[in-house]
Design a protein around this ligand. Structure first.
Ligand SMILES: *[C@@H]1O[C@H](CO)[C@@H](O)[C@H](O)[C@H]1NC(C)=O
Ligand SMILES: *[C@@H]1O[C@H](CO)[C@@H](O)[C@H](O)[C@H]1NC(C)=O
Ligand SMILES: *[C@@H]1O[C@H](CO)[C@@H](O)[C@H](O)[C@H]1NC(C)=O
Length: 149
C-alpha cells in the first residue's frame, strides 16, 4: 500500500509541468510581434551568436518591403533561463539599419515572450538632416508556429 502511494506521488511529480522560472527561454524559432512583423531565428551557437530573417509589417520608407537578414548575440555567460540579447537588421530594401535589444522571458503560463526596444537609423542625405534620422520604439514578440506564405 505504501509503495503504491509513493509511486503515485512520483508519477504526479513527473507529469507536473516545471514552473516558469525553471523553463528556459530559447530564441531559436519563429516569432511574431504586436505590429504583425515576424522573424525566424536560426540556432544559437555556443558563443551565443545567431542569424535569422526579419519580415516587417511596417516601414518608414515608401519602398516595397523585402525580407531582411538579421545577426545577433545572446548572453550566455550567466547561463540564465531568461537571457538578454541584441540583434541588427540590415534592411534589404533601404539604407536603414535597426538594432534591437531585449530579454527573453517565460511568463506565468510558461509561454516565451521577447520584450525588446529598438533604434531605427534612417539613411539621410546630409549632415543637416542627422537630427531626424533616428527613431525609437518598443516591440513584444511571442512564439508562433510558422504559417505558409
Ligand atoms: C510575416 O509578416 C509579413 C508582414 O506582415 C506577412 O506578410 C507574412 O505573411 C508573415 N509571414 C508568416 C509566415 O506569417
Ligand atoms: C545573473 O542573472 C541574475 C538574474 O537572472 C542576476 O540576479 C545575477 O546578478 C546575474 N549574475 C551575474 C554574474 O551577472
Ligand atoms: C545586408 O544587406 C545587403 C543588401 O541586401 C546584402 O548584400 C548583405 O549581404 C547583407 N549583409 C548581411 C551581413 O546580412
Amino acid at each position: 500500500m505504501q509503495v503504491a502511494a509513493i509511486l503515485l506521488l512520483l508519477a504526479l511529480a513527473l507529469v507536473t509541468p516545471s514552473s516558469s522560472a525553471e523553463r528556459k527561454c530559447v530564441l531559436t524559432g519563429f516569432w511574431i510581434n504586436d505590429l504583425g512583423s515576424n522573424m525566424t531565428i536560426n540556432s544559437v551557437n555556443k558563443a551565443g551568436e545567431f542569424s535569422g530573417m526579419y519580415h516587417t509589417a511596417v516601414t518608414a520608407t515608401s519602398r516595397k518591403i523585402r525580407i531582411s537578414p538579421l545577426q545577433g548575440s545572446q548572453h550566455r555567460e550567466n547561463n540564465s533561463n531568461q537571457p538578454t540579447f541584441g540583434f541588427t537588421v540590415n534592411w534589404s530594401y533601404s539604407g536603414s539599419t535597426t538594432v534591437f535589444v531585449g530579454q527573453c522571458f517565460v511568463d506565468e503560463d510558461g509561454r516565451e515572450i521577447l520584450k525588446t526596444m529598438w533604434l531605427l537609423r534612417e539613411q539621410v542625405g546630409s549632415l543637416g538632416d542627422d537630427w531626424k534620422a533616428t527613431r525609437v520604439g518598443v516591440n513584444v514578440f511571442v512564439r508562433r508556429a510558422p504559417r505558409r506564405e
